[in-house]
Design a protein around this ligand. Structure first.
Ligand code: 4AZ
Length: 263
Protein backbone atom coordinates (compact mmCIF):
# COMPACT_ATOMS: atom_id res chain seq x y z
CA UNK A 1 0.00 0.00 0.00
CA UNK A 2 2.63 2.53 1.01
CA UNK A 3 5.64 0.51 -0.14
CA UNK A 4 6.76 -0.49 3.33
CA UNK A 5 8.51 -3.70 2.47
CA UNK A 6 10.75 -1.86 0.08
CA UNK A 7 11.29 0.77 2.75
CA UNK A 8 12.78 -1.59 5.31
CA UNK A 9 15.44 -2.68 2.85
CA UNK A 10 16.29 0.93 2.11
CA UNK A 11 16.82 1.53 5.81
CA UNK A 12 19.79 -0.83 5.91
CA UNK A 13 21.47 1.10 3.12
CA UNK A 14 20.66 4.42 4.77
CA UNK A 15 22.48 3.32 7.93
CA UNK A 16 25.80 3.84 6.24
CA UNK A 17 25.20 7.59 6.00
CA UNK A 18 23.76 8.04 9.48
CA UNK A 19 26.71 9.95 10.88
CA UNK A 20 26.52 12.50 8.08
CA UNK A 21 22.81 12.95 8.68
CA UNK A 22 23.37 13.67 12.37
CA UNK A 23 25.79 16.44 11.45
CA UNK A 24 23.31 17.93 9.00
CA UNK A 25 20.55 17.99 11.61
CA UNK A 26 22.73 19.74 14.15
CA UNK A 27 23.50 22.39 11.56
CA UNK A 28 19.84 23.16 10.87
CA UNK A 29 17.99 24.13 14.06
CA UNK A 30 15.35 26.57 12.86
CA UNK A 31 11.94 27.96 13.68
CA UNK A 32 10.38 25.54 11.21
CA UNK A 33 10.93 22.66 13.68
CA UNK A 34 14.06 20.89 12.52
CA UNK A 35 13.30 17.21 11.97
CA UNK A 36 14.56 15.11 14.85
CA UNK A 37 14.81 11.35 15.03
CA UNK A 38 12.73 9.01 15.40
CA UNK A 39 10.88 12.06 14.03
CA UNK A 40 10.64 14.61 16.83
CA UNK A 41 12.46 12.71 19.56
CA UNK A 42 15.65 12.66 21.60
CA UNK A 43 18.66 10.39 21.80
CA UNK A 44 18.72 7.55 24.27
CA UNK A 45 20.68 4.34 24.89
CA UNK A 46 20.21 0.62 25.11
CA UNK A 47 21.33 0.97 28.74
CA UNK A 48 18.16 2.97 29.37
CA UNK A 49 16.05 0.57 27.26
CA UNK A 50 17.96 -2.76 27.38
CA UNK A 51 15.18 -4.73 25.70
CA UNK A 52 15.36 -2.73 22.45
CA UNK A 53 17.01 -4.87 19.79
CA UNK A 54 18.40 -4.13 16.36
CA UNK A 55 17.20 -6.58 13.69
CA UNK A 56 19.96 -6.73 11.10
CA UNK A 57 21.09 -8.59 8.05
CA UNK A 58 24.00 -11.03 8.20
CA UNK A 59 26.41 -8.09 7.88
CA UNK A 60 24.83 -6.43 10.94
CA UNK A 61 23.16 -3.65 8.94
CA UNK A 62 20.02 -2.71 10.88
CA UNK A 63 16.71 -2.72 8.99
CA UNK A 64 14.10 -3.10 11.74
CA UNK A 65 13.67 -3.00 15.50
CA UNK A 66 12.52 -5.64 17.93
CA UNK A 67 11.77 -6.13 21.62
CA UNK A 68 13.34 -8.77 23.86
CA UNK A 69 10.56 -10.43 25.86
CA UNK A 70 12.57 -13.36 27.26
CA UNK A 71 16.29 -14.20 27.06
CA UNK A 72 15.79 -15.97 23.72
CA UNK A 73 12.61 -14.44 22.26
CA UNK A 74 12.17 -11.19 20.33
CA UNK A 75 8.88 -9.66 19.22
CA UNK A 76 8.99 -7.77 15.92
CA UNK A 77 6.76 -7.02 12.93
CA UNK A 78 5.84 -9.76 10.46
CA UNK A 79 6.47 -7.32 7.61
CA UNK A 80 10.12 -7.11 8.75
CA UNK A 81 10.51 -10.85 8.14
CA UNK A 82 9.11 -11.00 4.61
CA UNK A 83 11.75 -12.64 2.44
CA UNK A 84 14.01 -13.36 5.42
CA UNK A 85 15.30 -16.74 6.58
CA UNK A 86 16.96 -17.91 9.79
CA UNK A 87 20.31 -17.53 8.05
CA UNK A 88 19.69 -14.01 6.68
CA UNK A 89 18.95 -12.19 9.95
CA UNK A 90 20.71 -11.38 13.21
CA UNK A 91 19.51 -9.78 16.43
CA UNK A 92 21.84 -7.30 18.12
CA UNK A 93 21.31 -6.25 21.74
CA UNK A 94 23.16 -3.70 23.86
CA UNK A 95 24.28 -1.61 20.91
CA UNK A 96 23.14 2.02 21.08
CA UNK A 97 24.84 3.05 17.83
CA UNK A 98 24.29 1.54 14.39
CA UNK A 99 28.01 1.87 13.70
CA UNK A 100 28.97 0.24 17.01
CA UNK A 101 30.49 -3.20 17.31
CA UNK A 102 29.65 -3.80 20.98
CA UNK A 103 26.75 -5.66 22.53
CA UNK A 104 25.55 -9.17 21.84
CA UNK A 105 24.89 -10.58 18.37
CA UNK A 106 22.69 -13.64 18.03
CA UNK A 107 21.68 -15.78 15.14
CA UNK A 108 18.03 -16.76 14.81
CA UNK A 109 16.98 -20.41 15.03
CA UNK A 110 13.27 -19.88 14.27
CA UNK A 111 11.12 -17.19 12.68
CA UNK A 112 7.42 -17.35 13.59
CA UNK A 113 5.26 -14.98 11.54
CA UNK A 114 1.56 -14.68 12.18
CA UNK A 115 0.14 -17.34 9.85
CA UNK A 116 -2.49 -14.94 8.48
CA UNK A 117 -0.09 -12.09 7.72
CA UNK A 118 -0.33 -10.81 4.16
CA UNK A 119 0.20 -7.04 4.18
CA UNK A 120 0.47 -4.38 6.88
CA UNK A 121 -2.89 -2.91 5.87
CA UNK A 122 -4.59 -6.24 6.64
CA UNK A 123 -3.22 -6.50 10.20
CA UNK A 124 -1.58 -9.55 11.81
CA UNK A 125 1.75 -7.70 11.71
CA UNK A 126 3.53 -9.67 14.42
CA UNK A 127 6.46 -12.08 14.45
CA UNK A 128 8.48 -13.80 17.16
CA UNK A 129 12.14 -14.71 16.67
CA UNK A 130 13.88 -17.43 18.65
CA UNK A 131 17.52 -16.62 19.34
CA UNK A 132 20.40 -19.09 19.19
CA UNK A 133 22.25 -17.12 21.89
CA UNK A 134 20.61 -15.77 25.06
CA UNK A 135 20.63 -12.00 25.49
CA UNK A 136 22.08 -10.84 28.84
CA UNK A 137 19.60 -7.94 29.03
CA UNK A 138 16.43 -7.40 31.01
CA UNK A 139 13.42 -8.30 28.82
CA UNK A 140 10.31 -6.13 28.55
CA UNK A 141 6.98 -7.16 29.94
CA UNK A 142 4.19 -7.21 27.37
CA UNK A 143 0.46 -6.64 27.69
CA UNK A 144 -1.89 -9.52 28.36
CA UNK A 145 -4.96 -10.03 26.20
CA UNK A 146 -7.27 -8.55 28.85
CA UNK A 147 -5.46 -5.22 29.10
CA UNK A 148 -7.31 -3.55 26.24
CA UNK A 149 -7.90 -0.36 28.27
CA UNK A 150 -4.21 0.60 27.94
CA UNK A 151 -5.02 2.07 24.52
CA UNK A 152 -7.53 4.65 25.81
CA UNK A 153 -7.29 7.71 23.55
CA UNK A 154 -4.79 10.29 24.77
CA UNK A 155 -2.64 7.85 26.77
CA UNK A 156 1.06 8.63 26.54
CA UNK A 157 3.01 5.99 24.63
CA UNK A 158 6.76 5.76 24.03
CA UNK A 159 8.31 4.88 20.67
CA UNK A 160 11.93 3.83 20.10
CA UNK A 161 14.15 3.14 17.12
CA UNK A 162 17.00 3.90 14.76
CA UNK A 163 14.71 4.84 11.89
CA UNK A 164 14.61 7.82 9.61
CA UNK A 165 14.65 11.23 11.26
CA UNK A 166 12.30 12.68 8.67
CA UNK A 167 10.09 11.32 5.89
CA UNK A 168 12.39 10.23 3.07
CA UNK A 169 15.30 11.15 5.35
CA UNK A 170 18.06 8.96 6.70
CA UNK A 171 18.51 6.72 9.70
CA UNK A 172 19.74 7.81 13.13
CA UNK A 173 23.11 6.41 14.16
CA UNK A 174 21.99 6.60 17.80
CA UNK A 175 18.85 5.04 19.26
CA UNK A 176 16.07 7.66 19.59
CA UNK A 177 12.87 7.87 21.56
CA UNK A 178 9.78 10.08 21.73
CA UNK A 179 6.35 10.06 23.29
CA UNK A 180 3.09 10.23 21.37
CA UNK A 181 -0.54 10.13 22.51
CA UNK A 182 -2.71 7.20 21.49
CA UNK A 183 -5.48 8.14 19.04
CA UNK A 184 -9.05 6.88 19.13
CA UNK A 185 -10.02 4.13 16.72
CA UNK A 186 -12.73 6.33 15.18
CA UNK A 187 -10.23 9.11 14.52
CA UNK A 188 -7.71 6.70 13.04
CA UNK A 189 -10.40 5.14 10.84
CA UNK A 190 -11.21 8.64 9.58
CA UNK A 191 -7.59 9.02 8.50
CA UNK A 192 -6.98 5.58 7.02
CA UNK A 193 -10.37 4.19 6.05
CA UNK A 194 -10.46 0.44 5.59
CA UNK A 195 -6.67 0.25 5.95
CA UNK A 196 -7.17 0.69 9.68
CA UNK A 197 -8.23 -2.67 11.13
CA UNK A 198 -9.52 -1.89 14.64
CA UNK A 199 -9.02 -5.39 16.01
CA UNK A 200 -5.38 -5.55 14.99
CA UNK A 201 -4.05 -1.97 15.04
CA UNK A 202 -3.79 1.07 17.29
CA UNK A 203 -2.79 4.58 16.24
CA UNK A 204 -0.59 7.04 18.08
CA UNK A 205 0.57 10.53 17.18
CA UNK A 206 -0.14 14.19 17.70
CA UNK A 207 -2.96 15.72 15.67
CA UNK A 208 -0.53 18.33 14.41
CA UNK A 209 2.07 15.71 13.42
CA UNK A 210 5.76 16.30 14.00
CA UNK A 211 6.46 13.25 16.18
CA UNK A 212 6.33 9.73 14.77
CA UNK A 213 8.05 6.51 13.87
CA UNK A 214 9.43 6.26 10.35
CA UNK A 215 11.15 3.86 7.96
CA UNK A 216 13.58 1.65 9.89
CA UNK A 217 11.63 1.91 13.15
CA UNK A 218 9.32 -0.91 12.08
CA UNK A 219 9.20 -3.90 14.40
CA UNK A 220 10.29 -1.81 17.38
CA UNK A 221 8.34 -1.14 20.56
CA UNK A 222 5.40 1.04 21.47
CA UNK A 223 5.49 1.11 25.27
CA UNK A 224 2.58 2.17 27.46
CA UNK A 225 3.42 2.50 31.14
CA UNK A 226 6.77 0.89 30.33
CA UNK A 227 5.08 -2.27 29.03
CA UNK A 228 5.21 -3.45 25.42
CA UNK A 229 1.75 -2.69 24.00
CA UNK A 230 2.41 -2.21 20.28
CA UNK A 231 4.77 -2.95 17.40
CA UNK A 232 5.72 -0.23 14.91
CA UNK A 233 3.90 -1.24 11.75
CA UNK A 234 3.01 1.38 9.14
CA UNK A 235 1.45 4.73 8.29
CA UNK A 236 1.13 7.36 5.59
CA UNK A 237 4.58 8.89 5.48
CA UNK A 238 6.08 10.07 8.75
CA UNK A 239 4.92 12.70 11.23
CA UNK A 240 2.30 14.15 8.87
CA UNK A 241 -0.56 16.08 10.46
CA UNK A 242 -3.70 13.94 10.42
CA UNK A 243 -1.82 10.68 9.78
CA UNK A 244 -0.71 9.11 13.07
CA UNK A 245 1.59 6.10 13.12
CA UNK A 246 -0.06 2.68 13.14
CA UNK A 247 1.07 -0.01 15.59
CA UNK A 248 0.14 -3.65 15.98
CA UNK A 249 -2.46 -3.89 18.78
CA UNK A 250 -0.56 -6.37 20.89
CA UNK A 251 -3.42 -7.32 23.23
CA UNK A 252 -5.02 -9.06 20.24
CA UNK A 253 -1.93 -11.21 19.80
CA UNK A 254 -0.73 -11.66 23.41
CA UNK A 255 -1.82 -15.27 23.70
CA UNK A 256 -0.23 -16.22 20.38
CA UNK A 257 2.98 -14.47 21.42
CA UNK A 258 2.98 -16.29 24.76
CA UNK A 259 2.62 -19.62 22.97
CA UNK A 260 5.73 -18.74 20.97
CA UNK A 261 7.64 -17.43 23.98
CA UNK A 262 6.97 -20.72 25.79
CA UNK A 263 7.70 -22.94 22.79
C1 4AZ B 1 8.22 2.02 7.75
O1 4AZ B 1 8.26 2.10 6.54
C2 4AZ B 1 7.30 2.91 8.50
N1 4AZ B 1 4.89 6.81 10.40
C3 4AZ B 1 7.22 2.81 9.88
C4 4AZ B 1 6.38 3.64 10.57
C5 4AZ B 1 5.61 4.55 9.90
C6 4AZ B 1 5.68 4.67 8.52
C7 4AZ B 1 6.53 3.83 7.82
C8 4AZ B 1 4.68 5.44 10.68
O2 4AZ B 1 8.94 1.23 8.36
Amino acid sequence: MFGLNAAKKAAAVAAATAAAATTALLAAPTAAAAPQPIVGGTTTTTSAYPFVMQITDASQNQFCGGTLVSPTKVVTAAHCMVGETTSSVRVVGGRTYLNGTNGTVSRVSKIWMHPSYTDVSNGDDVAVLTLSTSMPYTPAKYVSSSQTSVYAAGTTARILGWGDTSENGSASNQLRTATVPTVSDSSCASSYGSGFVRSDMVCAGKTSGGVDTCQGDSGGPLLIGGVLAGITSWGEGCAQAGYPGIYTRLTTFSSLVTTQVNS
